[in-house]
Design a protein around this ligand. Structure first.
Ligand SMILES: NC(=O)c1ccc[n+]([C@@H]2O[C@H](COP(=O)([O-])OP(=O)(O)OC[C@H]3O[C@@H](n4cnc5c(N)ncnc54)[C@H](O)[C@@H]3O)[C@@H](O)[C@H]2O)c1
Ligand SMILES: [Zn+2]
Length: 368
């Protein structure tokens, strides 16, 4: 039993050119969604978008907190993050007569948030959006920063927009029902924030892994808050990924490639990023930018969080091809985020394929 008294909700603001978006983080705050949305003047009419799984688990609570309302349910899973689901949302909005004063409230993980967010960004050229993220990944990453979008049959996240949510309501208690592997996937993104900006956060995850896995809100809440603060700060300075925002991609160059060559079936996103961070740290050590002790600390923490799917059967040439196709290659040069210490990164533009290949060999992938 966890008996600690809930902390007061914490507020984090994300300032971007177009608007300020406010993140509220607090244990039990999901019970107060209605008044929070009122306070931020979110839509005269609110349309909830969720999935059957999430709605079965948390629908009654959310409905009570919002004073009723039938949700628009779209099926769960990455393969439904597409224009057909967006179309389904449009249809429900049109049939219900949603107008410019209406709002979309996305209740779910990153798939629901990205899809519902894209519908909100484009319906009537954009209506108000609020997020109630229900996965750890969505609470620390996808609901913050305003990127929304869907996949195309020819590639992931190819269709999208920037649409800042008016409000994000983050309740760590919603994570109690999240399967452990999904939870862990989000935790690797928390580790990423530690690596790019906060040794303290990194140490907190390492030092309280047990309480975190027990979903103790007293420990989890502050880790989520710190992650959101880091992302909010980066996004406030660079909404459209002109430069600084790239540091959020630490571990993602290799990570995305691993996901792509296994057709998004083998790794949860965070698991691929865990490998990507190991590769990026290894590369940094090899070029003398990072002390080996720091790389080892990262490797220890990742091992401590649990097993990762195997990758020894994956051929390095496939990974290299996938990286070349990735959006992060600009004018033929690879922008690569390397760690220079736990809590500090640098973007380098002179990473060679040889260096990358060597890091992948040491990570244990197949040479050919
Ligand atoms: N917009 C961004 O900036 C951004 C950033 C990172 C990732 N993303 C996107 O996020 C998506 C991944 O998001 P995700 O990891 O949240 O996956 P997800 O949305 O697929 O959710 C994972 C699973 O957890 C279930 N689930 C959700 N909440 C639950 C709860 N409280 N209890 C029990 N089960 C629950 C869902 O039904 C689903 O099966 C990807 O499509 C990725 O591209 C977007
Ligand atoms: Zn990520």
């Amino acid at each position: 039993m966890i008996t600690s008294t809930p902390q007061e909700p914490v507020r984090v603001d994300v300032h971007t050119g177009a608007r300020t978006s406010t993140i509220w983080i607090g244990e039990g705050i999901a019970d107060r969604i209605g008044p929070l949305l009122d306070a931020h003047k979110v839509g005269a009419r609110r349309f909830i978008v969720s999935s059957p799984v999430i709605w079965r688990l948390h629908g009654a609570q959310i409905r009570d907190a919002m004073g009723g309302g039938e949700p628009i349910l779209i099926p769960d899973g990455e393969r439904f993050k597409n224009l057909q689901s967006v179309s389904k949302i449009y249809e429900a909005l049109i049939r219900a007569g949603a107008d410019r004063g209406s709002a979309v409230v996305a209740v779910g993980g990153g798939v629901i948030g990205d899809t519902a967010g894209f519908a909100a960004a484009t319906y009537l050229r954009g209506i108000t959006l609020a997020h109630v993220p229900t996965t750890l990944l969505a609470q620390v990453d996808s609901s913050v920063g305003g990127k929304v979008g869907v996949n195309h049959a020819l590639g992931k996240n190819l269709i999208g927009a920037f649409h800042q949510p008016a409000v994000v309501v983050i309740d760590p208690l919603l994570l109690r029902t999240l399967p452990r592997r999904e939870f862990r996937s989000g935790l690797y993104e928390v580790v990423k924030y530690g690596m790019i900006a906060s040794r303290e956060l990194f140490d907190r995850v390492a030092g309280s892994t047990k309480a975190i896995f027990a979903r103790d809100p007293a420990v989890l809440g502050p880790a989520i808050e710190e992650s959101c603060r880091i992302k909010a700060e980066v996004v406030s300075q660079d909404e459209r990924e002109g430069g600084l925002r790239r540091i959020l991609n630490f571990g993602h160059t290799v990570g995305h490639a691993l996901e792509a060559i296994t057709k998004y079936r083998r790794f949860r996103h965070g698991e691929a990023i865990a490998y990507g961070m190991l590769a990026a740290a290894d590369l940094a050590v090899a070029r003398g930018a990072l002390a080996d002790g720091e790389r080892q600390a990262l490797a220890r923490l990742i091992a401590q969080l649990g097993p990762l799917p195997p990758l020894a059967d994956l051929p390095i040439p496939d990974v290299m091809d996938a990286m070349r196709r990735d959006k992060k290659v600009v004018n033929g040069r690879l922008h690569f985020v390397i760690a220079i210490a736990i809590g500090a990164t640098a973007t380098v533009e002179d990473v060679t394929e040889e260096e990358l290949r060597a890091a992948l060999v040491r990570l244990g992938l197949q040479r050919s």
